[in-house]
Design a protein around this ligand. Sequence first.
Ligand SMILES: NC(=O)C1=CN([C@@H]2O[C@H](COP(=O)(O)OP(=O)(O)OC[C@H]3O[C@@H](n4cnc5c(N)ncnc54)[C@H](OP(=O)(O)O)[C@@H]3O)[C@@H](O)[C@H]2O)C=CC1
Ligand SMILES: O=C(CO)COP(=O)(O)O
Length: 328
Amino acid sequence: MQSNLNPNPQNNLDSTANSPQKIAILGSGAWGSALAGLARYNGHQVQVWSRSNHSSLEEIIADADLVLSAVSMPGVCPIATQIKETKLKDNIPIVTATKGLDTETTYTPSKIWSNCCSDHPIVVLSGPNLSKEIEQGLPATTVVACQDMNAAKIVQQLLSSKRFRVYTSPDPLGTELGGTLKNVIAIAAGVCDGLHLGTNAKSGLLTRALTEIIKIGTHLGGQAETFFGLSGLGDMLATCNSPLSRNYRVGYGLAQGKNLQQVLSELGSTAEGVNTTNVLIEIARREQMTVPISWQVYQLLNNKITPQEAVEALMERDLKPEFLEGII
Ligand SMILES: NC(=O)C1=CN([C@@H]2O[C@H](COP(=O)(O)OP(=O)(O)OC[C@H]3O[C@@H](n4cnc5c(N)ncnc54)[C@H](OP(=O)(O)O)[C@@H]3O)[C@@H](O)[C@H]2O)C=CC1
Ligand SMILES: O=C(CO)COP(=O)(O)O
């Protein structure tokens, strides 16, 4: 499955280093718009599709050299299914930048894309990428991961610039799960800060959360080292410490005594962690895994406990060694 694009052009980070390509971006929300800005900065010809576009999805992707999906989770399955029936240029990479889990199937976005577009390499893009900072032109890093490293390198070259440093990885599932599962933890971090529990509590929460993410992520097939990288720990640090994170703001609002509906309507934007928590608990039940922090977030989001009760429940768990098996 060889793409026509050159994966190894001169390693020059000047934005003119790559020949301009046609890039179709699906989703004109915060992330789709920021990614479109990065692609335009590199001189690419960018077309953005959203449900309110005049042009059809088919028209926009027909002659694209790269398709980049940045829709939120509810859009992934319908759009991937529509694209399955559409003619794309042969073998072009499809990049998925969504951080969520499908409610119906519990699948990750890349699994849905792979099922629908098996003739194309599916590349996961994930990292500490708060879109508002990227829109301001501040420097950021990310990871593009694919089993087909040639495809990952093509996307790396197309999107890398002086303001966006892109790393490759051969672990798409781990890369995707890191960015997805940390949204649950960002809600917990928002609660921690909203309750003013202090730096010791926050450090303890994030460290134990990383262990929890690695436990789930490796069980589901990700590689442990990926979770210590940009798409795991890196993204956790960004979203768990920034009020720019919508998931963090959900937790913060709940800690202030607001109810979930109120917090979400004030947010007016996607917070994938809410749905991801529900799907994650379904997976944990199915796989018989203990996920203490995610479980408290789940109870809180589903109005079964108060933020204070969630803290108490975590502090009063059975005592045990820090590491039960190896590093986790
Ligand atoms: N914002 C950020 O900083 C980052 C976000 N992400 C991830 O990117 C994804 C999108 O987030 P973001 O752009 O911030 O969210 P927004 O709320 O800003 O935008 C949501 C986007 O998803 C599209 N969408 C939602 N539901 C559907 C549907 N049923 N069918 C088709 N399209 C749909 C919307 O399309 P329409 O315009 O047609 O309404 C819109 O483009 C999320 O998974 C998020 O976790 C990842 C990294 C950074
Ligand atoms: O994933 C993100 C940054 O990497 C965006 O986080 P929020 O969806 O919580 O805003």
